[in-house]
Design a binder for this molecule. Sequence first.
Ligand SMILES: [Zn+2]
Length: 210
Amino acid sequence: MHWISILAKTLELITLADKKTEANKGKEFIEKGIKAMRFYHIGDLLKRTDKRSSGYLRSVAFNAYYLGSAASVLSYRQLLKHKDIHYKYEGSLQRWGNATGSYNVNLYSYRNQDKNSKHKRTYFAEYTINTRMESEYITITYFFGRKPKKKDLTTAYLINIVSSITEDKETKFSCRHCGKTIHWLDLKGDLEKKLNLWQDYNCGCKKEKA
Ligand SMILES: [Zn+2]
């Protein structure tokens, strides 16, 4: 499956009834879009995985300061603007991980409204994907407790992928080369390597194609 469709599935993409033309993007569109915006805290993303996987991914997310995701036809910036919350551009990164697209990922931050919040500012990485029809743009947002590095974005992306595949995929699988049953966390390598082997049903006995 193409990574965008995996991601689209993960985030249960939001669609609005009347989003066909730019002309519709008035106040009503913004208000509807904000209502339809979905947030996925790290706990939501990991609720379908087994205990071992969610424990591991929680610690990986913690180290990357990754907090969760959002998906909407509106960007999170539009929501902040609507709420009169000032945000700051923090730079941009080009493609990351094994994502096949060449999407720019823009980074922004805003001051946390809750003074008791652990982090002074919330950082978010935003990029847009073009779905089936040209007029359908979905903005994917990843939230962080500090300014994310490229590595942290990869982590967030991979956690979203694991979240989407654990719904219909066992966390243990039989290797398609030698038949050995293995839990994906017993595969060698970092999160990205483990995930690649798992998606290929390879316990590691067969070298991956370069
Ligand atoms: Zn094997």
